[in-house]
Design a protein around this ligand. Structure first.
Ligand code: ADP
Length: 158
């Protein structure tokens, strides 16, 4: 069975993330969405909230699995028998960050390469931080994130 990990913060999961995860299922038998517990980042949702929401979004996709990790994602991917990690690329601006992250991950776990899937043009502007910014100003985010995510965030804001 070919397994890949799709690591990230997913704070919150957006339609861009969904598109990358679904495309990854065309290449792999199992896609493990790995919510990294990165305490450095100021987060909107707890890791457990993110995992539960992502599970709800993909409840009908039997080959997408969701879990969190406190470990380095490259190490966790190896532990999970993944052959590689998947990341999404939007604009050129992602490239520089992903380039250094890739170098770091190769240093950490040489046997787990990262492959990159291009964002769909309609999501190339979409990021979790943009969603958080819109929420701050009480703007509608329903077209940017899956329904369970917008419902949950709306409820949380009340
Ligand atoms: P991180 O905090 O690790 O950068 P994110 O949760 O922001 O994690 O994103 C996880 C991965 O998904 C990254 O590779 C990022 O480039 C990618 N990604 C984020 N938003 C989109 C989008 N709109 N379309 C495609 N890929 C995306």
């Amino acid at each position: 069975m070919k397994i890949c990990c799709y690591p990230g913060s997913f704070d919150p999961l957006t339609n861009g993330h969904v598109s990358i995860a679904k495309n990854a299922t065309k290449l792999f038998d199992r896609v493990i969405i790995l919510v990294a517990n990165n305490s450095e980042k100021h987060s909107l949702l707890t890791v457990d909230e993110r995992v539960e929401l992502i599970k709800e979004v993909f409840k009908n996709d039997k080959n997408i699995v969701v879990m969190s990790t406190d470990k380095l994602v490259a190490k966790k991917a190896k532990e999970l028998n993944a052959c590689c990690m998947v990341r999404g690329l939007r604009a050129v601006s992602d490239y520089e960050y992903e380039y250094s992250l890739n170098e770091m991950n190769k240093h950490i776990e040489e046997s787990i390469p990262t492959i990159y899937l291009m964002a769909a043009p309609e999501y190339s502007f979409l990021s979790s931080s943009a969603v958080k910014e819109l929420l701050k100003y009480d703007q509608d985010i329903t077209s940017l994130v899956p329904k369970p995510v917008s419902d949950y965030l709306k409820k949380k804001q009340q």
